[in-house]
Design a protein around this ligand. Sequence first.
Ligand SMILES: Nc1ncnc2c1ncn2[C@@H]1O[C@H](COP(=O)(O)OP(=O)(O)O)[C@@H](O)[C@H]1O
Ligand SMILES: [Mg+2]
Length: 252
Amino acid sequence: MTGVLEVKNLNKSFDGIVVARGINLSLTAGKVLGLIGPNGAGKTSFFNLISGVVKPDSGAVTLAGVSIDRLKSHERVRHGLSRTWQHIRLFPSLTVLDNLLVGTHDYPGESLLSVLLAHARLKQHDKIARERAADVLGRMGLSQVADALVSDLPYGQQKLIGVARALMGDARCLLLDEPMAGVEGQSYAAMQRVVRDAADCGVAVCVVEHNVGFIQDLCDEGVFMFSGAIMARGSVAELIRDPQLTELYFGH
Ligand SMILES: Nc1ncnc2c1ncn2[C@@H]1O[C@H](COP(=O)(O)OP(=O)(O)O)[C@@H](O)[C@H]1O
Ligand SMILES: [Mg+2]
């Protein structure tokens, strides 16, 4: 079965440091894949390469059967590739709701006519976006903070809002970089539920996370990355029991 996201022989090095070493990986609709490995393994770089933030030295990436290698980051987003960042990237002085709504509509164009014609479409779009934001916040248990400033919220809630923002578009593929880092226990269930819901709606999900319990509870399968290479793929339980992988994980 062909994956929603297909990565073929992806390679990248920075000044001699290899961060992607012939990576082949497939992400399947409706499945959550855990990506584990020690710090410096190349996990974030892998997301940067797929999302078009970093240009690979070689390799090919397709999304829903279409080559995205030549697309810019924002074009990949429009094509259904959504991601979060290891470190929060929100607008702290905007409300939670506005953070979710920012960037959800296309720029109408330069001419007065195109703006006027776009007005009705934008209003309709805005209504749909607000409904979606309310739905996502509701499922995360964050409805009561919709009008709060992001800067006034605890770090864990800000992380959840980062994920909520990634779910605002029509994602086909969702890449989550350490969604649980800094998140307190009370947000655990909300994070699990929202990611699982996305997968159940057919999104192909890949999650980087050091919280092994979280990965084990959430993921259908896992891959282990070390020094830019995928070393193993299997059930998360198998991967974390493997003595050689454990040595690689904790030995570095
Ligand atoms: N833009 C960059 N320029 C140079 N080196 C980088 C860059 N991005 C990442 N690296 C290096 O690549 C390696 C992998 O980093 P990273 O992908 O962040 O690993 P991980 O997310 O698994 O901790 C590290 O040694 C890091 O310093
Ligand atoms: Mg990282």
